[in-house]
Ligand binder design. Sequence first.
Ligand SMILES: [Zn+2]
Length: 458
Amino acid sequence: MIAAVSALLAIVLIAIPEEETDGNELISIDASFEIVDQSKLMLHDLQSLSPNTTQPLVNTTQNTSIASNSYDIPAPEALVKKTSAPTFKKQSVEVKPGDSLSKILSNAGISAQDIYKVSQADKKQKTLVQMRPGQTIQFTTNEASGELSELTLTLNRLDSVTFERNEDEYKRSEASRTPDISQTYKEAEINNSLFVDGLRAGIDQPLLIELANIFGWDIDFALDIRKGDNLSVLYEEKFLDGEKIANGNIIAAQFINNGRTYQAIRYKTDKGANYYTPDGLAMRKAFIRTPVDFTRISSKFNPNRLHPIFKTSRPHRGVDYAAASGTPVKAAGDGKVSFAGKQNGYGNVVIIDHGRGYQTLYAHLKGFARGIKRGSRVQQGKIIAYVGQTGWATGPHLHYEFRINGTHKNPVTVKLPNDDPMPKNDLKEFLPYAKKVVATLANSHSPSFAQKLASLKE
Ligand SMILES: [Zn+2]
């Protein structure tokens, strides 16, 4: 009995450690081998270099193949030779107009064979063929053989393509750097125009155009910007090596226009990234607010000016945008053209039926875009005609009317229907996110901006 137990114990004692070492080896085989070997080699090196080495190497470790082999430790001179082996020359060339890969490399004395082999490695992608002036080529050659050992084309601050020699051909690889992204807050009070005051507040023009697009569904930037309107924006900036290289996305923005406040938050769903109100309604509407590119509108057209033919101030049931003759006019929303032709005072006119009782009218047109006639379907933003001064018009301008169930509405201020609500699943995640972003915006506001907001809420 005792013998049986002790035999069992012995088996257990033997079996457990074995199992453990097996396990360890399986887990850490890759991670530990190199480290162990290197430290052993270092120890060996130290011992071999030390003048009074007496201890045999074998005693420092047990088993392992390294320790049990007799060592061929390189002598110090051999080590020196090894590290100084082939020398390479690194060159950097900026691509100039008219340059090509073969021109640059043959100028540097690289063989036609190597040039051919590199271009073969880029056969599919053709990145090297498309190199542009201002980009940089860096290449390394073996000083002894003159062989091209590596070549890198830097495409821009972030992207590069490298060709590495691998025996007799080149291996192509692409690399992209990821910029650091930080959030920035800016605000502006508008006293002249969105662009003048925005730029003065340090907001770049592309960012201002984006802001105009985000709020352009609610605010008529041509006719409805008031002195004292306010704008605030939270956006991303991209940095590389501590230097700003580009703007990222607008995270959120707020516009106080004529006593009303609008907030927009960027959010990505399966359908892509869009801007939403903090309640999850799309900023994008079924209708464009201003059917002419607002940057091309020269001034407010005065509709109350006495008409040269009637010498009276007639009631005006639309809005007039003064723009150069020939400026494109866009369909305000999806719909069907119900009229395209001449009508007395309107001159050339297009009327679009948008369904659900909505109609838009565009008058004094110089001409119609191709394919625009009664019955044609149009999509929001499609060019339907061009600004002119046909009919009773005193100068080139677009006369624009917005009707709901036959009643004229002021196109500048009419509340436009939302067409694209956020899917319910996304809304659940969006709402708490929006709350956080709105709080970040609020915390960033200057005292005067905050005061203005507070006065609006009263
Ligand atoms: Zn008019």
